[in-house]
Design a binder for this molecule. Structure first.
Ligand SMILES: [Zn+2]
Ligand SMILES: [Zn+2]
Length: 227
C-alpha cells in the first residue's frame, strides 16, 4: 500500500486521537473491543458461528449474524465518518476489520450482499448510503455478489432512544422488494444484509422478512459494530 495522490493532499489522521498516518493509529486500534464470541441475532447470547439458535429461529427471521466489535470509540468515530463522508476511503478500515474477524462465523456459501437501504429522500440529502458503500467494498474484497434487492418505502424516524418494541413498530413495513431486480434471483439463494451498526436488530429483521417472503433460502445480518 503506497501513498496515493490523495494521501499527499489529505494526510490520514487517526479518527480518535488525531495522530497522523492512519485512520486508526496502532495505539487506538489496541482499544477496539472485538466481539470475542459470535452471538445469535435474536437473543444476542453466544451462538456457534453466529448462527441463530434453533429455539430462536423462525421462517422470516435472520439466520445468523456477523459483527466485528462493540460500537465504541475508535470504531464509533470511524463509522460516523463513513456516514457523513468526512474522510476519503475510510470504509476500507471497517471492511478490513470485518475481514479479520470473518473466520469466526459460519456464513452460508455463495451469499449475496444486500445493503439495508435508506429512504430515497434521506439518501438524496446525504448523497449516499453508508450501508451501500460498506456492502460494495465488502463484495469487491471477498469477490462475492452484490444486489440492491431492497428499497425503503417508509421514511422512518431514528431508532436512537427507542425501546425494543418501539423500534420494531417504527420500522414495520419500511422495506419492499426493488422491482428493478428480477424476483427469480431471490428464490433459493443466500443473502447477507449489510449495515454499519446492529442494535436491537429490528431494522435488519424487517428487511430480512421481505427477502424471506420472496423465497430467500437464508438471510444473515452483517454489521461492523454491535450497538
Ligand atoms: Zn489514535
Ligand atoms: Zn438465540
Amino acid at each position: 500500500m503506497g501513498l496515493t495522490f490523495l494521501d499527499l493532499l489529505f494526510p490520514k489522521r487517526c479518527v480518535s486521537c488525531g495522530a497522523i498516518g492512519k485512520y486508526i493509529c496502532d495505539r487506538c486500534f489496541s482499544k477496539i473491543e472485538f466481539v470475542e464470541k459470535a452471538i445469535c441475532p435474536i437473543c444476542q447470547r453466544q451462538a456457534i458461528g453466529g448462527k441463530t439458535h434453533p429455539k430462536c429461529s423462525g421462517r422470516f427471521r435472520l439466520d445468523g449474524l456477523v459483527v466485528a466489535c462493540r460500537y465504541k470509540s475508535p470504531i464509533k468515530l470511524a463509522i460516523q465518518k463513513v456516514k457523513y463522508k468526512w474522510v476519503y476511503d475510510i470504509e476500507k478500515v471497517l471492511v478490513n476489520l470485518l475481514a479479520s474477524q470473518i473466520w469466526k462465523f459460519n456464513l452460508p456459501q455463495n451469499s449475496i450482499l444486500v445493503p439495508v437501504p435508506l429512504h430515497p429522500k434521506r439518501k438524496n440529502w446525504r448523497g449516499f448510503n453508508q450501508a451501500e458503500i460498506l456492502a460494495k467494498t465488502l463484495a469487491k474484497k471477498f469477490g462475492v455478489g452484490y444486489s440492491d434487492s431492497l428499497i425503503r418505502i417508509i421514511e422512518t424516524k431514528t431508532q436512537v432512544g427507542l425501546t425494543k418494541d418501539e423500534r420494531k413498530k417504527n420500522v414495520g413495513g419500511a422495506f419492499a422488494f426493488n422491482k428493478k431486480v428480477a424476483k427469480k434471483y431471490i428464490e433459493g439463494r443466500n443473502f447477507i444484509l449489510v449495515d454499519d451498526v446492529y442494535t436491537s436488530g429490528a431494522t435488519m429483521m424487517e428487511a430480512a422478512k421481505v427477502l424471506k417472503r420472496l423465497g430467500a433460502k437464508t438471510t444473515w445480518g452483517l454489521a461492523v459494530a454491535l450497538g
